[in-house]
Design a protein around this ligand. Structure first.
Ligand SMILES: [Zn+2]
Length: 195
C-alpha cells in the first residue's frame, strides 16, 4: 500500500496525528486538514463458471503453479457487477451472462476488501497480457487456499453442494475450514490452486 510523506494538498510534511480514534498520517498544517485515512480498497473477484468448470488464471508475475480468481479494481462510475463483467472481458475476452454476489471478505494483509461474485460466462478465451495462463477446474476437483478469495470459492462450492477442500500451503495436505477452527478475522491471502 502507498505510503505518503508529504501532503498532496499543500506539500507540507505528514505526521502521525490522532484522528477518529487512531493515529493517522495527517498534514501538520491545521488550516489544510488533509488526513490520509487509508481505508481498505474494494477489490472485485469473480468465481467464473465456464462450460461447467471454474476458470482460474495465473498472473504473468506469479510463480508457475499459482492460479487465482479473476480480480480487479472498480472504475469510477460503474457498479461492481459492471466492473466484474468488464474485468472478465478485459482479462479473458469472456462475456458475463449472470453476475451474482457470493459475499464480502476481508483481505487485511493488503488493506483490501474482496467483493466476490459468481459469474456465468461464455465466449472464446483470449488472455490479456497481464495473464500468462489459465486452468479450467471441475468444481469437485477444487482445492483452495485457506484465506482471502479462497473463502469466496469455498462458500460458492458449499452453496452448490460441492466438496470444500482447503489445503495447507506448506504441507500440501487437506486441512479443515480454518474459519471454523480459528474463527473469523484471519488476515487473508489469495486463492491458490494446486493440481
Ligand atoms: Zn496539507
Amino acid at each position: 500500500m502507498a505510503v505518503y510523506r508529504y501532503c498532496p494538498q499543500c506539500g507540507s510534511p505528514l505526521e502521525l496525528l490522532p484522528h477518529s480514534g487512531r493515529e493517522r498520517d495527517a498534514c501538520i498544517q491545521p488550516e489544510c486538514g488533509f488526513v490520509h485515512w487509508n481505508n481498505p480498497l474494494p477489490v472485485l473477484a469473480a468465481v467464473v463458471e465456464y462450460e461447467g468448470k471454474l476458470l482460474l488464471a495465473r498472473n504473468a508475475a506469479w510463480p508457475e503453479k499459482m492460479f487465482a480468481l479473476v480480480t480487479g479494481f472498480m472504475e469510477r462510475d460503474e457498479t461492481p457487477e459492471q466492473g466484474v463483467a468488464r474485468e472478465l472481458k478485459e482479462e479473458t475476452n469472456l462475456d458475463a451472462h449472470s453476475v451474482s454476489l457470493i459475499g464480502v471478505y476481508e483481505f487485511m494483509r493488503k488493506n483490501e476488501l474482496i467483493i466476490a461474485y459468481h459469474v456465468q460466462a461464455s465466449g472464446t478465451i483470449a488472455l490479456s497480457e497481464e495473464l500468462a495462463d489459465y486452468k479450467l477446474v471441475a468444481p469437485e476437483d477444487m482445492r483452495i487456499w485457506s484465506a482471502g478469495t479462497g473463502f469466496a470459492v469455498a462458500d460458492w462450492l458449499a452453496s452448490r453442494g460441492h466438496p470444500v477442500r482447503f489445503f495447507d500451503r506448506q504441507t500440501g495436505e487437506d486441512i479443515p475450514d480454518p474459519r471454523r477452527r480459528e474463527g473469523l478475522g484471519q488476515p487473508g491471502i489469495s486463492l491458490q490452486y494446486r493440481p
